[in-house]
Design a binder for this molecule. Structure first.
Ligand SMILES: NC(=O)C1=CN([C@@H]2O[C@H](COP(=O)(O)OP(=O)(O)OC[C@H]3O[C@@H](n4cnc5c(N)ncnc54)[C@H](O)[C@@H]3O)[C@@H](O)[C@H]2O)C=CC1
Ligand SMILES: O=C(O)CCC(=O)C(=O)O
Length: 485
């Protein structure tokens, strides 16, 4: 790896970088600078996917026979190499999907930490001894890998998500085929190059790029793929689940969120404002854990909104590569059009546009949307129900904490939620009554720690958990062993 000037990423199959059999390429574009091609990716089809799955299948026996610690050593090596290339990977990410360079660098560092965490997992226990009713026998559990795992990832965390799926898959003995989002395929290729340099045996790690509608199903419905891990939209996720059930493959889905922050009457308002801004608008609101509904108790509604408006006016928008920029553009033209269409719908349905809602002046060259705040939002409105995935906050005024929790739960999603309060009783009610996989007290709704389980309730996930030691549940099967001499 050398620099981030336009380059062509190849597919990575069986330890070799190779062009797609189709001979076709797609362009990866810079959302901060319309028309700038960051580079090209392979526009693959079924035949390329077949090659990658076959390579992963061929590699799986040798890989699973290695000691967990030996597999972990490859992850340690990959971690060190990613760390050496942190600036280059982060810059590619910023140029492909727009998040600020500081955030991109933070995310890449998180990828390094995840690799190291799972490298250590190779040395940890994988089973239990269970007393048998036969006094002469020994009974215990062990775990075995699934085999070939398809890793289908989105563009919003182009380093952290592929790594938090691939690292546990690999350390527990699976081989992988990564299909990254096309928007960020070049960033993914930079990460895979680090795995290549770490010397993984050929076929253990593979990557194929191309249109989700073509190679997505080719991969997830492939008969030789034993497990599928996916992060992205609910529509695609549910389609994957249907296909996986039909052929008996294991699957894991992380999908949308419509995450609330409750600002209780006794909240520290400065803290709550900072967390709303950071949780809702960092990464241009393009996180599944982003705050999108701000549920505020009547008593402090006016002072909270005044402080929020003061703070939002200070946010500097621009190209994520500029050190002054706090918020970059939407990741793509599609995403930009989606966000603007939700803003129009908010206005049409009667919400009051308090701030933003349009394109910022002087930034016509990228897919920028102003940070946007709606007031007088009710739970029935589309902007209070659907995942916008943009810099849009919906303010909902409530009379009591009970009403706040009821409003917070009044959506089909249940990924993350936070509350700002000093009252221990309120905290405990929130912890027990909030239907979300991640509940955070006096902290923003986004922010996932790699060593803890992560996943959602309701429509936000397949009810499975990723990250931390919870990952072992998806990437392995339990085998119960009964031994009698
Ligand atoms: N939960 C999350 O973190 C994310 C949520 N989203 C939500 O989804 C919306 C649309 O974003 P997209 O990038 O279009 O998400 P998407 O769900 O279409 O894409 C996610 C991944 O799935 C792949 N894919 C697409 N169609 C597929 C298929 N039929 N079979 C298998 N894989 C397929 C894509 O190529 C990409 O790698 C966003 O506005 C946001 O609301 C998007 C990205 C991440
Ligand atoms: O908040 C985070 O750090 C993780 C968010 C995430 O998993 C996502 O947006 O897909």
């Amino acid at each position: 790896m050398s620099d981030t000037t336009a380059f062509t990423a190849l597919n990575y199959i069986g330890g070799q970088w190779q062009p797609a059999l189709t001979g076709k390429l797609d362009a990866s574009l810079n959302p901060a600078n319309k028309g700038e091609v960051v580079g090209y990716l392979q526009s693959s089809d079924q035949a390329d996917v077949d090659l990658a799955v076959q390579a992963a299948k061929n590699a799986r026996i040798v890989w699973r026979k290695l000691a967990g610690s030996a597999r972990g050593d490859f992850l340690y090596k990959a971690a060190n190499i990613v760390e050496q290339h942190i600036n280059e990977i982060a810059e590619t990410m910023t140029r492909e999907m727009g998040k600020t360079f500081a955030e991109a660098k933070g995310e890449t560092a998180r990828g390094v930490a995840i690799l190291r965490y799972y490298a250590g997992e190779g040395m940890r226990k994988v089973g239990d001894v269970i007393p048998s009713t036969d006094s002469e026998a020994m009974m215990f559990t062990t775990r075995v890998p699934l085999g070939v795992v398809a890793v289908v990832t989105p563009w919003n965390f182009p380093v952290a998500i592929p790594i938090w799926k691939m690292a546990p898959a690999l350390v527990y003995g699976n081989t992988v085929v990564l299909k990254p989002a096309s928007e960020t395929a070049l960033t993914a290729a930079k990460v895979i190059q680090c795995f290549h340099e770490a010397g993984f045996p050929s076929g253990v790690v593979n990557m194929v790029t191309g249109k989700g509608s073509i190679i997505g199903p080719a991969l997830t419905e492939h008969p030789e793929v034993n497990g599928i891990t996916f992060t992205g939209s609910n529509t695609v996720g549910k389609g994957i689940a249907v296909g996986a059930i039909a052929r008996g493959a294991k699957y894991q889905l992380e999908m949308g969120g419509k995450n609330p922050v409750i600002v209780a009457a006794d909240a520290d308002l400065d803290l709550a404002v900072e967390a709303t801004i950071s949780g809702g608008l960092r990464s241009t609101g393009q996180k599944c854990t982003a705050t999108s509904r701000v549920i505020v108790q009547n008593e402090i509604y006016e002072p909270f909104v005044t402080k929020l408006l003061e703070r939002v006016k200070q946010l500097q928008m621009g190209d994520g590569m500029s050190p002054q920029t706090w918020m970059g553009p939407c990741a793509s033209e599609n995403q930009y059009n989606n966000v603007l269409s939700y803003i129009r719908q908010g206005v049409e349905e009667g919400a009051i546009l308090l701030y933003g809602g349009g394109k910022p002046k002087g930034l016509d060259n990228g897919y920028y949307v102003e940070p946007t705040i709606f007031a007088q939002v009710t739970s029935k409105m589309t902007i209070a129900q659907e995942e916008i995935f943009g810099p849009v906050l919906a303010l909902i005024k409530v009379e009591s904490l009970e009403e706040a929790i009821e409003a917070a739960n009044d959506v089909e999603f249940g990924l993350s939620a936070s509350i700002f309060t000093q009252n221990i009783g309120h905290m405990l009610s929130f912890i027990s009554e909030m239907d979300a996989g991640l509940v955070r007290i006096n902290a923003e709704s986004a922010g996932v720690e790699l060593q803890a389980p992560f996943g959602g309730m309701k429509q936000s996930s397949s009810h499975s958990r990723e990250q931390g030691q919870a990952a072992i549940e998806f990437y392995t099967s339990i085998k119960t062993v009964f031994v009698k001499a």
